[in-house]
Design a protein around this ligand. Structure first.
Ligand SMILES: [Zn+2]
Length: 380
């Protein structure tokens, strides 16, 4: 069935088009054109609102009372449906440090679970923990931290769904792990790490290409000890994830990062946890008690424990924080994460042949409709 989206302001995101329509057919974008197709069975009138590629969240643990680490199909269904309501069409369910068996179960669950009918698609697993530095643990449960072992990460690789791993590259065995997994297309991000400037440069030379939630869980920037942050920010090969909730990172530092990296290398993430989208209260996060008060999640020791941010809110926030345009903000939630994960040949743009993952934002930038694989899964 062919669907036409008319009357939209299209943000592709390279260009802004006001006189074009998007033609969807068979789960793909058949054309972005100013010529109206004849055989159209469904017309979606965007009514002057913004038509943008679906958002891609590469670092997200949970929402709506559920978490990736539960390892159940229900958790993925709940997450997918929740994220779709906030414009996310693809995401990488993200684990936390846990016993080997529960991490493996979470991976196997993603490998086995079908895509939800009415929710965002899971494109693979982001492993955050257990190969982290205890000194920079944040809210990660330290008792499950360990050194990389081929026996464990070899099994992750076998699943075929592990696509991104956050590690502290200074750990013994991290180099071997990167050498072993990089040729299989697994991306690495530095995070929860005490790596020096030099150690980080070395990791980048070995193929590390991302920094996890920049500024959080890492040595702060210092003008005489530049550390991992300066190494990652200076190097154009590295994509920088950022939690733009205004709590994890001061808005001025979000702006600083975007000025340094550009929207082509800054990736909006939510890092959201199970307390997202539900009332304030106490939740279980990787076996720890986490309290959510006024939307801010903390462990009992007071560390921030993931966010309650949604991607549409991140876009609105970052426009305010950094004084950037909607087009720039959308880029950081679509094309840039797609490039960071090497899926930009079929996701992250409104272009012919791309997957029909599309979001319509109203004038206040709220999500009015979400289309995944050519099907309307949220809004009408
Ligand atoms: Zn983290």
């Amino acid at each position: 069935m062919r669907t036409l989206i008319t009357n939209g302001t299209l943000i592709t995101p390279h260009e802004i088009l006001t006189d074009s329509v998007v033609v969807l057919n068979g789960g793909k974008i058949e054309a972005v054109t100013d010529l109206i197709a004849n055989e159209t069975e469904q017309v979606i009138d965007a009514n002057g609102d913004y038509v943008v590629p679906g958002f891609i969240d590469i670092h997200v643990h949970g929402a709506n009372g559920h978490d990736t680490i539960e390892g159940t199909p229900e958790a993925l269904k709940t997450l997918g449906e929740f994220f779709a309501r906030h414009g996310v069409t693809s995401y990488y369910p993200t684990t936390v440090a846990n016993p080997a068996a529960s991490i493996q179960a979470a991976i196997d669950n993603v490998a086995r679970s079908k895509q939800p009918q009415h929710g965002a698609q899971h494109l693979g697993v982001h492993i955050e923990g257990p190969y982290l530095n205890a000194k920079y643990r944040g809210a990660q449960p330290e008792e499950y931290f360990r050194l990389p072992t081929p026996a464990e990460y070899g099994q992750w690789l076998e699943s075929g769904v592990v696509k991104l791993i956050t590690i502290a590259p200074e750990l013994q065995g991290a180099d071997e792990m990167m050498s072993a997994l990089r040729p299989h297309g697994v991306e690495f991000a530095i995070g929860h790490s005490g790596a020096s400037y030099e150690q980080t440069l070395k990791a980048i030379d070995m193929g590390l290409r991302q920094i996890t939630h920049t500024f959080n869980g890492i040595i702060p920037l210092h003008h005489r000890e530049p550390g991992a942050l300066a190494a990652a920010i200076n190097d154009d090969r590295v994509f920088a994830q950022i939690i733009a909730d205004g709590v994890h990172v001061h808005p001025a530092m979000v702006k600083l990062l975007i000025r340094a990296k550009g929207v082509e290398r800054t990736v909006l993430i939510t890092d959201s946890m199970m307390g997202t989208g539900v009332a304030d209260g106490d939740y279980d996060f990787a076996g720890m008690k986490v309290s959510v008060k006024s939307g801010v999640a903390r462990t009992e020791s007071g560390n921030l424990a993931g966010s309650t941010l949604t991607m549409d809110q991140a876009i609105r926030n970052v426009m305010n924080f950094a004084g950037i345009t909607l087009q720039q903000a959308v880029t950081m939630a679509t094309l840039t994460p797609a490039q960071a994960m090497h899926i930009d040949d079929h996701k992250g743009r409104l272009a012919t042949g791309y997957d029909a993952d599309i979001v319509i934002l109203d004038k206040a930038l709220n999500v009015k409709m979400t289309i995944i694989n050519g099907e309307v899964v949220h809004g009408s």
